[in-house]
Design a protein around this ligand. Structure first.
Ligand SMILES: NC(=O)c1ccc[n+]([C@@H]2O[C@H](COP(=O)([O-])OP(=O)(O)OC[C@H]3O[C@@H](n4cnc5c(N)ncnc54)[C@H](O)[C@@H]3O)[C@@H](O)[C@H]2O)c1
Length: 383
Protein backbone atom coordinates (compact mmCIF):
# COMPACT_ATOMS: atom_id res chain seq x y z
CA UNK A 1 0.00 0.00 0.00
CA UNK A 2 1.60 3.28 -1.13
CA UNK A 3 0.95 6.13 1.28
CA UNK A 4 4.43 7.44 2.01
CA UNK A 5 4.55 5.74 5.35
CA UNK A 6 2.83 7.30 8.28
CA UNK A 7 -0.38 5.26 8.32
CA UNK A 8 1.00 2.19 6.54
CA UNK A 9 -0.20 -1.21 7.68
CA UNK A 10 1.77 -2.93 4.96
CA UNK A 11 4.96 -2.06 3.10
CA UNK A 12 6.37 -3.57 -0.07
CA UNK A 13 10.16 -3.48 -0.28
CA UNK A 14 11.81 -4.05 -3.67
CA UNK A 15 15.36 -5.41 -3.38
CA UNK A 16 17.53 -4.75 -6.45
CA UNK A 17 20.08 -7.47 -7.16
CA UNK A 18 20.65 -11.18 -6.72
CA UNK A 19 24.21 -11.21 -5.35
CA UNK A 20 25.30 -12.15 -1.81
CA UNK A 21 24.34 -8.76 -0.36
CA UNK A 22 20.88 -8.89 -1.93
CA UNK A 23 20.59 -12.33 -0.33
CA UNK A 24 21.50 -10.93 3.10
CA UNK A 25 18.98 -8.09 2.75
CA UNK A 26 16.26 -10.43 1.46
CA UNK A 27 16.85 -12.83 4.35
CA UNK A 28 16.31 -9.93 6.77
CA UNK A 29 13.18 -8.70 4.95
CA UNK A 30 11.81 -12.26 4.84
CA UNK A 31 12.42 -12.65 8.57
CA UNK A 32 10.50 -9.40 9.18
CA UNK A 33 7.70 -10.59 6.86
CA UNK A 34 7.41 -13.84 8.83
CA UNK A 35 7.64 -12.21 12.25
CA UNK A 36 5.71 -9.02 11.39
CA UNK A 37 7.08 -5.57 12.09
CA UNK A 38 5.83 -4.15 15.38
CA UNK A 39 5.81 -0.35 15.56
CA UNK A 40 4.43 1.27 18.70
CA UNK A 41 2.17 -1.71 19.32
CA UNK A 42 0.92 -1.82 15.71
CA UNK A 43 1.69 -4.69 13.35
CA UNK A 44 2.88 -3.74 9.89
CA UNK A 45 3.14 -6.48 7.31
CA UNK A 46 6.17 -6.56 5.04
CA UNK A 47 6.19 -7.88 1.51
CA UNK A 48 9.61 -8.26 -0.16
CA UNK A 49 10.04 -8.21 -3.94
CA UNK A 50 13.19 -8.78 -5.98
CA UNK A 51 14.68 -7.56 -9.26
CA UNK A 52 17.56 -9.20 -11.13
CA UNK A 53 18.79 -9.30 -14.73
CA UNK A 54 19.11 -13.05 -14.81
CA UNK A 55 15.84 -15.03 -14.76
CA UNK A 56 17.44 -18.12 -13.22
CA UNK A 57 19.13 -16.17 -10.42
CA UNK A 58 15.91 -14.29 -9.69
CA UNK A 59 13.98 -17.56 -9.55
CA UNK A 60 16.55 -19.14 -7.21
CA UNK A 61 16.83 -16.24 -4.75
CA UNK A 62 13.04 -15.75 -4.72
CA UNK A 63 12.52 -19.44 -3.97
CA UNK A 64 15.13 -19.37 -1.20
CA UNK A 65 13.36 -16.53 0.62
CA UNK A 66 9.80 -17.33 -0.52
CA UNK A 67 9.43 -14.03 -2.39
CA UNK A 68 6.35 -14.00 -4.63
CA UNK A 69 6.91 -10.73 -6.48
CA UNK A 70 9.84 -10.76 -8.94
CA UNK A 71 10.93 -8.85 -12.00
CA UNK A 72 13.74 -8.89 -14.53
CA UNK A 73 12.87 -5.31 -15.54
CA UNK A 74 14.42 -2.74 -13.21
CA UNK A 75 12.08 0.11 -14.11
CA UNK A 76 8.98 -2.00 -13.68
CA UNK A 77 9.65 -2.65 -9.99
CA UNK A 78 11.00 0.83 -9.23
CA UNK A 79 8.02 2.54 -10.85
CA UNK A 80 5.37 0.13 -9.52
CA UNK A 81 2.67 2.06 -7.65
CA UNK A 82 2.43 -0.55 -4.90
CA UNK A 83 6.16 -0.57 -4.06
CA UNK A 84 6.97 1.61 -1.02
CA UNK A 85 10.71 1.14 -0.53
CA UNK A 86 13.56 0.48 -2.97
CA UNK A 87 16.59 -1.27 -1.45
CA UNK A 88 19.55 -1.14 -3.87
CA UNK A 89 22.03 -4.05 -3.64
CA UNK A 90 23.49 -3.71 -7.15
CA UNK A 91 27.16 -3.08 -8.00
CA UNK A 92 28.43 0.35 -6.93
CA UNK A 93 28.17 1.85 -10.43
CA UNK A 94 24.43 0.97 -10.53
CA UNK A 95 23.49 2.80 -7.33
CA UNK A 96 22.94 6.33 -8.65
CA UNK A 97 20.54 5.79 -11.59
CA UNK A 98 18.08 3.38 -9.93
CA UNK A 99 18.06 5.37 -6.67
CA UNK A 100 17.36 8.65 -8.48
CA UNK A 101 14.56 6.97 -10.42
CA UNK A 102 13.12 5.58 -7.19
CA UNK A 103 13.12 9.04 -5.59
CA UNK A 104 11.47 10.50 -8.70
CA UNK A 105 8.72 7.93 -8.32
CA UNK A 106 8.23 8.82 -4.64
CA UNK A 107 9.81 5.74 -3.05
CA UNK A 108 11.67 5.63 0.24
CA UNK A 109 15.22 4.65 -0.60
CA UNK A 110 17.77 2.41 1.05
CA UNK A 111 21.08 1.27 -0.40
CA UNK A 112 24.16 -0.80 0.15
CA UNK A 113 27.29 1.23 0.72
CA UNK A 114 28.80 3.25 -0.83
CA UNK A 115 25.84 5.51 -1.73
CA UNK A 116 27.57 6.25 -5.05
CA UNK A 117 31.12 6.21 -6.35
CA UNK A 118 31.04 9.88 -7.21
CA UNK A 119 30.72 12.57 -4.53
CA UNK A 120 28.72 14.92 -6.79
CA UNK A 121 26.19 12.16 -7.48
CA UNK A 122 25.91 11.37 -3.78
CA UNK A 123 25.15 15.02 -3.07
CA UNK A 124 22.55 15.12 -5.86
CA UNK A 125 20.84 12.04 -4.44
CA UNK A 126 20.73 13.56 -0.96
CA UNK A 127 19.29 16.81 -2.29
CA UNK A 128 16.68 14.95 -4.37
CA UNK A 129 15.60 12.71 -1.46
CA UNK A 130 15.22 15.75 0.81
CA UNK A 131 13.23 17.64 -1.81
CA UNK A 132 10.92 14.67 -2.41
CA UNK A 133 10.46 14.21 1.36
CA UNK A 134 11.31 10.49 1.21
CA UNK A 135 13.35 8.70 3.84
CA UNK A 136 16.87 7.68 2.90
CA UNK A 137 19.20 5.15 4.45
CA UNK A 138 22.50 3.45 3.75
CA UNK A 139 23.66 0.18 5.19
CA UNK A 140 26.27 0.64 7.87
CA UNK A 141 26.06 -2.80 9.39
CA UNK A 142 29.20 -2.17 11.44
CA UNK A 143 27.26 0.24 13.68
CA UNK A 144 24.85 -2.64 14.33
CA UNK A 145 27.27 -5.59 14.61
CA UNK A 146 27.23 -6.83 18.23
CA UNK A 147 30.82 -5.83 19.17
CA UNK A 148 30.83 -2.26 17.78
CA UNK A 149 27.25 -1.74 19.03
CA UNK A 150 28.27 -2.61 22.58
CA UNK A 151 31.45 -0.52 22.20
CA UNK A 152 29.27 2.46 21.30
CA UNK A 153 27.16 1.95 24.44
CA UNK A 154 30.25 1.68 26.65
CA UNK A 155 31.80 4.83 25.16
CA UNK A 156 28.49 6.62 25.69
CA UNK A 157 28.43 5.48 29.32
CA UNK A 158 31.95 6.88 29.82
CA UNK A 159 33.85 3.59 30.18
CA UNK A 160 36.76 4.82 28.03
CA UNK A 161 36.75 8.42 29.23
CA UNK A 162 38.72 10.82 27.08
CA UNK A 163 39.69 8.85 23.98
CA UNK A 164 43.36 8.83 22.95
CA UNK A 165 43.36 6.64 19.86
CA UNK A 166 41.28 4.37 17.63
CA UNK A 167 42.82 1.56 15.57
CA UNK A 168 41.36 -0.66 12.88
CA UNK A 169 43.09 -3.73 11.48
CA UNK A 170 41.39 -5.38 8.52
CA UNK A 171 42.58 -7.83 5.97
CA UNK A 172 42.39 -11.24 4.40
CA UNK A 173 43.87 -12.95 1.39
CA UNK A 174 42.29 -12.54 -2.01
CA UNK A 175 44.41 -14.77 -4.27
CA UNK A 176 45.65 -13.47 -7.62
CA UNK A 177 42.90 -15.55 -9.20
CA UNK A 178 39.91 -13.91 -7.53
CA UNK A 179 37.82 -16.80 -6.33
CA UNK A 180 36.47 -15.54 -3.01
CA UNK A 181 34.67 -12.34 -4.07
CA UNK A 182 33.31 -10.71 -7.24
CA UNK A 183 36.07 -9.47 -9.58
CA UNK A 184 34.32 -6.11 -10.19
CA UNK A 185 35.77 -4.93 -6.87
CA UNK A 186 39.10 -4.65 -8.78
CA UNK A 187 37.65 -2.69 -11.73
CA UNK A 188 37.46 1.06 -11.38
CA UNK A 189 34.43 1.56 -13.59
CA UNK A 190 32.17 -0.67 -11.50
CA UNK A 191 33.75 -0.28 -8.06
CA UNK A 192 34.88 3.35 -8.20
CA UNK A 193 38.03 2.55 -6.25
CA UNK A 194 39.78 -0.20 -4.33
CA UNK A 195 39.94 -1.03 -0.66
CA UNK A 196 39.58 2.64 0.35
CA UNK A 197 36.32 2.97 -1.56
CA UNK A 198 35.08 -0.40 -0.38
CA UNK A 199 36.16 -0.61 3.26
CA UNK A 200 36.72 2.99 4.37
CA UNK A 201 33.03 3.54 3.53
CA UNK A 202 32.55 1.35 6.63
CA UNK A 203 35.48 2.42 8.80
CA UNK A 204 35.17 6.19 8.34
CA UNK A 205 31.50 5.87 9.21
CA UNK A 206 32.00 3.69 12.28
CA UNK A 207 34.86 5.80 13.62
CA UNK A 208 32.90 9.03 13.15
CA UNK A 209 30.01 7.37 14.98
CA UNK A 210 32.15 6.07 17.87
CA UNK A 211 34.80 8.78 18.19
CA UNK A 212 33.59 11.99 16.52
CA UNK A 213 33.96 14.09 13.37
CA UNK A 214 37.09 13.55 11.25
CA UNK A 215 39.17 16.61 10.36
CA UNK A 216 41.90 15.16 8.15
CA UNK A 217 43.33 11.97 6.66
CA UNK A 218 46.65 10.77 5.32
CA UNK A 219 46.58 7.70 3.09
CA UNK A 220 49.20 5.51 1.46
CA UNK A 221 48.02 2.86 -1.00
CA UNK A 222 49.45 -0.08 -2.91
CA UNK A 223 48.54 -2.49 -5.68
CA UNK A 224 49.77 -6.02 -4.93
CA UNK A 225 49.36 -7.46 -8.43
CA UNK A 226 49.10 -5.39 -11.61
CA UNK A 227 47.20 -8.27 -13.15
CA UNK A 228 44.64 -10.55 -11.53
CA UNK A 229 42.59 -13.39 -13.02
CA UNK A 230 38.89 -14.15 -13.29
CA UNK A 231 37.89 -17.47 -11.68
CA UNK A 232 38.10 -19.06 -15.17
CA UNK A 233 41.72 -17.90 -15.53
CA UNK A 234 41.12 -14.90 -17.83
CA UNK A 235 43.62 -12.16 -16.86
CA UNK A 236 42.56 -8.56 -16.28
CA UNK A 237 44.46 -5.41 -15.36
CA UNK A 238 44.06 -4.29 -11.77
CA UNK A 239 43.03 -0.65 -11.69
CA UNK A 240 42.57 -0.07 -7.98
CA UNK A 241 44.48 -0.44 -4.70
CA UNK A 242 44.63 -3.73 -2.78
CA UNK A 243 45.94 -2.25 0.43
CA UNK A 244 45.90 1.05 2.25
CA UNK A 245 47.16 2.58 5.44
CA UNK A 246 45.05 5.55 6.52
CA UNK A 247 45.94 7.88 9.38
CA UNK A 248 43.03 9.85 10.77
CA UNK A 249 42.97 13.12 12.69
CA UNK A 250 39.71 13.64 14.57
CA UNK A 251 38.33 17.06 15.46
CA UNK A 252 38.54 16.23 19.18
CA UNK A 253 42.26 15.46 18.99
CA UNK A 254 41.95 11.67 18.81
CA UNK A 255 44.42 9.93 16.48
CA UNK A 256 43.13 7.08 14.34
CA UNK A 257 44.82 4.50 12.23
CA UNK A 258 43.43 1.97 9.80
CA UNK A 259 45.34 -0.71 7.93
CA UNK A 260 43.27 -2.54 5.33
CA UNK A 261 44.54 -5.20 2.95
CA UNK A 262 43.26 -7.83 0.53
CA UNK A 263 46.67 -9.51 0.50
CA UNK A 264 47.07 -10.26 4.21
CA UNK A 265 47.10 -13.66 5.91
CA UNK A 266 44.71 -13.22 8.80
CA UNK A 267 44.76 -14.80 12.27
CA UNK A 268 41.89 -13.00 14.04
CA UNK A 269 38.23 -12.14 13.47
CA UNK A 270 38.43 -9.21 11.03
CA UNK A 271 38.11 -6.32 11.29
CA UNK A 272 39.63 -5.85 14.73
CA UNK A 273 39.24 -2.53 16.56
CA UNK A 274 40.97 -1.05 19.59
CA UNK A 275 39.97 2.18 21.31
CA UNK A 276 42.22 3.43 24.10
CA UNK A 277 41.29 6.19 26.52
CA UNK A 278 42.14 7.80 29.80
CA UNK A 279 39.87 5.54 31.87
CA UNK A 280 39.88 2.31 29.90
CA UNK A 281 40.19 0.47 26.60
CA UNK A 282 37.95 -1.55 24.29
CA UNK A 283 39.21 -4.37 22.07
CA UNK A 284 36.50 -5.65 19.76
CA UNK A 285 35.51 -7.34 16.55
CA UNK A 286 32.05 -7.98 15.10
CA UNK A 287 31.21 -10.70 17.61
CA UNK A 288 33.53 -10.20 20.55
CA UNK A 289 34.38 -7.40 22.95
CA UNK A 290 36.97 -7.16 25.70
CA UNK A 291 37.58 -4.34 28.13
CA UNK A 292 40.36 -3.22 30.41
CA UNK A 293 40.03 -0.45 32.99
CA UNK A 294 42.94 1.89 33.71
CA UNK A 295 42.95 0.75 37.36
CA UNK A 296 43.50 -2.89 36.35
CA UNK A 297 45.93 -2.32 33.48
CA UNK A 298 49.06 -4.40 34.21
CA UNK A 299 52.13 -2.24 34.66
CA UNK A 300 54.53 -2.92 31.82
CA UNK A 301 58.18 -1.98 31.56
CA UNK A 302 59.60 -2.48 28.12
CA UNK A 303 62.71 -4.66 27.98
CA UNK A 304 63.54 -5.98 24.54
CA UNK A 305 65.30 -9.03 26.03
CA UNK A 306 62.31 -10.28 28.03
CA UNK A 307 59.48 -12.58 27.02
CA UNK A 308 56.36 -10.51 27.69
CA UNK A 309 53.71 -11.79 30.09
CA UNK A 310 50.82 -9.50 29.18
CA UNK A 311 48.06 -11.26 27.33
CA UNK A 312 44.37 -11.31 26.52
CA UNK A 313 43.85 -12.92 29.93
CA UNK A 314 44.24 -9.43 31.40
CA UNK A 315 41.11 -8.29 29.55
CA UNK A 316 37.47 -8.88 30.56
CA UNK A 317 35.25 -10.57 28.02
CA UNK A 318 31.84 -8.91 27.71
CA UNK A 319 28.74 -10.96 26.83
CA UNK A 320 27.11 -9.74 23.66
CA UNK A 321 23.61 -9.98 22.29
CA UNK A 322 24.19 -11.70 18.94
CA UNK A 323 21.72 -10.34 16.39
CA UNK A 324 21.83 -9.96 12.61
CA UNK A 325 23.16 -6.40 12.14
CA UNK A 326 21.49 -6.04 8.74
CA UNK A 327 18.13 -7.10 10.16
CA UNK A 328 18.48 -4.63 13.02
CA UNK A 329 19.25 -1.70 10.74
CA UNK A 330 16.60 -2.56 8.15
CA UNK A 331 13.97 -2.94 10.89
CA UNK A 332 14.96 0.43 12.33
CA UNK A 333 14.73 2.06 8.88
CA UNK A 334 11.22 0.71 8.27
CA UNK A 335 10.16 1.75 11.77
CA UNK A 336 11.24 5.28 10.85
CA UNK A 337 9.10 5.17 7.71
CA UNK A 338 6.04 3.97 9.61
CA UNK A 339 6.48 6.63 12.32
CA UNK A 340 7.36 9.34 9.80
CA UNK A 341 10.60 9.92 11.70
CA UNK A 342 13.93 9.63 9.84
CA UNK A 343 16.62 7.33 11.18
CA UNK A 344 20.41 7.30 10.89
CA UNK A 345 22.77 6.44 9.30
CA UNK A 346 21.29 8.32 6.38
CA UNK A 347 22.55 9.88 3.17
CA UNK A 348 24.01 12.85 5.03
CA UNK A 349 26.32 10.33 6.67
CA UNK A 350 26.96 8.72 3.29
CA UNK A 351 27.96 12.05 1.75
CA UNK A 352 30.38 12.80 4.59
CA UNK A 353 31.88 9.30 4.24
CA UNK A 354 32.22 9.85 0.49
CA UNK A 355 34.00 13.16 1.04
CA UNK A 356 36.42 11.42 3.39
CA UNK A 357 37.06 8.73 0.77
CA UNK A 358 37.80 11.45 -1.78
CA UNK A 359 40.14 13.11 0.72
CA UNK A 360 41.96 9.80 1.23
CA UNK A 361 42.46 9.34 -2.53
CA UNK A 362 43.71 12.92 -2.89
CA UNK A 363 46.09 12.29 0.00
CA UNK A 364 47.45 9.11 -1.61
CA UNK A 365 47.93 10.88 -4.94
CA UNK A 366 49.58 14.00 -3.52
CA UNK A 367 51.37 12.21 -0.65
CA UNK A 368 50.21 14.66 2.02
CA UNK A 369 47.60 15.05 4.75
CA UNK A 370 44.29 16.30 3.34
CA UNK A 371 41.80 18.20 5.48
CA UNK A 372 38.13 17.39 4.95
CA UNK A 373 37.37 21.06 4.36
CA UNK A 374 39.51 20.88 1.19
CA UNK A 375 36.86 18.59 -0.32
CA UNK A 376 33.97 21.05 -0.42
CA UNK A 377 31.63 22.26 2.27
CA UNK A 378 30.25 19.89 4.91
CA UNK A 379 26.64 18.87 4.56
CA UNK A 380 26.36 19.21 8.31
CA UNK A 381 28.99 20.07 10.85
CA UNK A 382 28.19 17.42 13.48
CA UNK A 383 29.44 13.82 13.16
N1 LIG B 1 27.76 -4.17 3.76
C1 LIG B 1 28.71 -5.03 3.44
O1 LIG B 1 29.37 -5.60 4.31
C2 LIG B 1 29.01 -5.31 1.99
C3 LIG B 1 29.77 -6.44 1.63
C4 LIG B 1 29.98 -6.69 0.26
C5 LIG B 1 29.44 -5.84 -0.69
N2 LIG B 1 28.71 -4.74 -0.30
C6 LIG B 1 28.08 -3.84 -1.31
O2 LIG B 1 26.89 -4.49 -1.76
C7 LIG B 1 26.67 -4.23 -3.16
C8 LIG B 1 26.53 -5.57 -3.92
O3 LIG B 1 27.67 -6.36 -3.69
P1 LIG B 1 27.67 -7.95 -3.95
O4 LIG B 1 28.86 -8.48 -3.25
O5 LIG B 1 26.32 -8.54 -3.66
O6 LIG B 1 27.96 -7.95 -5.52
P2 LIG B 1 27.52 -8.98 -6.68
O7 LIG B 1 28.39 -8.70 -7.84
O8 LIG B 1 27.48 -10.35 -6.16
O9 LIG B 1 26.02 -8.53 -6.99
C9 LIG B 1 25.75 -7.34 -7.67
C10 LIG B 1 24.42 -7.41 -8.40
O10 LIG B 1 24.37 -6.33 -9.34
C11 LIG B 1 23.89 -6.82 -10.58
N3 LIG B 1 24.35 -5.95 -11.66
C12 LIG B 1 25.63 -5.68 -12.01
N4 LIG B 1 25.66 -4.81 -13.04
C13 LIG B 1 24.34 -4.53 -13.35
C14 LIG B 1 23.71 -3.71 -14.32
N5 LIG B 1 24.42 -2.99 -15.21
N6 LIG B 1 22.37 -3.67 -14.35
C15 LIG B 1 21.64 -4.38 -13.45
N7 LIG B 1 22.18 -5.19 -12.51
C16 LIG B 1 23.51 -5.25 -12.46
C17 LIG B 1 24.43 -8.22 -10.66
O11 LIG B 1 23.72 -8.98 -11.62
C18 LIG B 1 24.19 -8.69 -9.21
O12 LIG B 1 22.85 -9.10 -9.03
C19 LIG B 1 27.84 -3.36 -3.60
O13 LIG B 1 27.43 -2.01 -3.58
C20 LIG B 1 28.92 -3.60 -2.54
O14 LIG B 1 29.77 -2.49 -2.34
C21 LIG B 1 28.48 -4.50 1.02
Amino acid sequence: MRNNGRQADSLTVAVLGTGPMAGIHLAAWAELRDRGLQVDGRRVSIEPAVYGRDTEKVRAIAAQHRVARTSTRLEELIDASDVDVVDNCLVNSEHFGPLMRAIDSGKHVFTEKPLTIDLGEAERLLAAARKAGVQHGVIQNMRFNPGPRKAGQLIEEGFVGRVFSADVLFGYMVPQTVVNRPTWFYKKEEAGGGIIEDMMAHFFDLLRYLVGPIDAVYAATGIAWDTRREPDGTPFTVEVEDLASVSIRFGNGVIGNCFASWVRRKHEEVPEFQIDGEDGSLLFSFNSLRTQKQAETPLFRFDARQVQAESLADWHTVDLELRDPFGLQLEQFLGGIVRGRPTTPDWEDAVINQRLIKAAYLSATERREVRLEEIGSAVRTAA
